[in-house]
Design a protein around this ligand. Structure first.
Ligand code: CAA
Length: 382
């Protein structure tokens, strides 16, 4: 066991921090207010080789380990949840799934440009009537010669307006519940694909989220990922990676909440002393400190299992649950520490609080992860 970052991890951390400080921080308040997603940031992330952090170099990635990906996500989330979410979806949910399940031809055609950040990947699992209950999806894929014909709609799809490729899940056998789901790589340019942004979100307002509509989309059989009926497993394995990056981002949000709160504690005085000298304020700071440490350790534990190629669904789910709940609490307390100022966008903490809510819902709600942990502990789940 080694709790030190490697030299390479330290330098990646510094690189992302500098990028966030120089290119995201100065603009994020305006982008958040205008609900503007800035695609140039994705271009810059590609130039910095941050769009394929743990994709092997032979497939165009940076060939680094999972905990380096966690560090990237932690630091990016300090800037804003929107850009960490972009990496979670593009790399965690899409590219890493292509790496695990794709044929060599699919990897060359889709993974390589994605890992280099030349093309952007998104993930189409959730539907208006199927979120936690994946097997309840209604999208269909019917085989027709060398093609499948896809119909349906997906919602809450991050990067929907900027993605070149969507990893889409649809039912090839309606009666077979989760064993009837199949995964497909769908290009935006395929006829019948349309997207529409969702505006008016509580948080991650600087992110691009929306709906994807599929009407009679002809998808070549060569674009089926895995076998027919393997889609549920593929989606779950994708979520093992996506949830890891979400948890790592939550660590960054706790760190940002703590950093802002400590700074404010030294600036603001009440009753003749810095507010940090009041014990009830110290209690909130202490809780953030403890949760930062706990959450980061859980993330690195899951990352170490991934590095060793071991199954990590349980550990990743635990990290995602605990870190996201802790980030929500930390952001809420950061607003409390800032008092009325925390309630205005003069300070970043109100954005942290709004941004911290979605990760408690997406990629497995708090309730899904709580139930999973209960089932693991009771021996109902292996
Ligand atoms: N890797 C590989 N295979 C896996 C797996 C994994 N991580 N997890 C499960 N499987 C396999 C199991 O081995 C099992 O295989 P067999 O059928 O061969 O036995 C099969 O998949 C079914 O597994 P379970 O019995 O565990 O399935 P379940 O029905 O009990 O799962 C659940 C229940 C855990 C609640 C699961 O449905 C779940 O995680 N739901 C939440 C889904 C979710 O996170 N949705 C969010 C969507 S994406 C998103 O949020 C992004 C966005 O922007 C909207």
């Amino acid at each position: 066991m080694n709790f030190e970052l490697t030299e390479e991890q330290e330098s990646v951390k510094k690189l992302v921090r500098r990028f966030v400080d120089n290119e995201i921080m100065p603009n994020i308040q305006e982008w958040d207010r205008k609900q503007h997603f800035e695609p140039h940031i994705l271009k810059r992330l590609s130039e910095l080789e941050l769009m394929g952090v743990c994709i092997p170099e032979q497939y165009g990635g940076a060939g680094m380990d999972y905990n380096t990906l966690a560090i990237v996500c932690e630091e990016l989330e300090r800037g804003d949840t929107a850009y960490r979410t972009a990496v979670s979806v593009h790399t965690g949910l899409n590219s890493m799934t292509l790496l695990q399940w794709g044929t060599e031809e699919q990897k060359q055609k889709y993974l390589v440009p994605q890992a280099k950040g030349i093309k952007i990947g998104a993930f189409g699992l959730t539907e208006p009537n199927a979120g936690s209950d994946v097997a309840a999806m209604n999208s269909t894929a019917k085989k027709d010669g060398d093609y499948y014909i896809l119909n349906g709609s997906k919602t809450w799809i991050s990067l929907c307006d900027v993605a070149d490729h969507f990893l889409v899940f649809a039912k090839t056998d309606h009666d077979a519940a989760h064993k009837g789901i199949t995964a497909f790589i769908v290009e935006r340019t395929f006829a019948g694909v349309e997207t529409k942004a969702i505006k008016g979100k509580l948080g991650i307002r600087a992110g691009n989220t929306g709906e994807v509509f599929l009407s009679d989309v002809k998808v070549p059989v060569a674009n089926r990922l895995g076998e027919e009926g393997e889609g549920f497993k593929i989606a779950m394995s994708a979520l093992d990676n996506g949830r890891f990056t979400v948890a790592a981002g939550a660590v960054g949000l706790i760190a940002a909440s703590l950093e802002a709160s400590v700074k404010y504690c030294h600036e603001r005085k009440t009753f003749g002393k810095e507010i940090g000298k009041h014990q009830l304020v110290q209690q909130m700071i202490a809780k953030m400190t403890a949760n930062l440490e706990i959450s980061r350790l859980l993330v690195f534990k899951a990352g170490s299992l991934k590095n060793a190629g071991k199954r990590n669904t349980k550990e990743t789910s635990l990290a995602k649950w605990i870190a996201c709940d802790a980030a929500f609490e930390a952001a809420n307390d950061a607003v409390q520490v800032h008092g009325a100022y925390g309630y205005s966008d003069e300070y970043p903490v109100e954005r942290y609080l709004r941004n911290s809510k979605a990760p408690v819902i997406y990629e497995g709600t708090r309730e899904i992860h709580t139930v999973m942990q209960g089932e693991y502990a009771l021996g109902y789940r292996e």
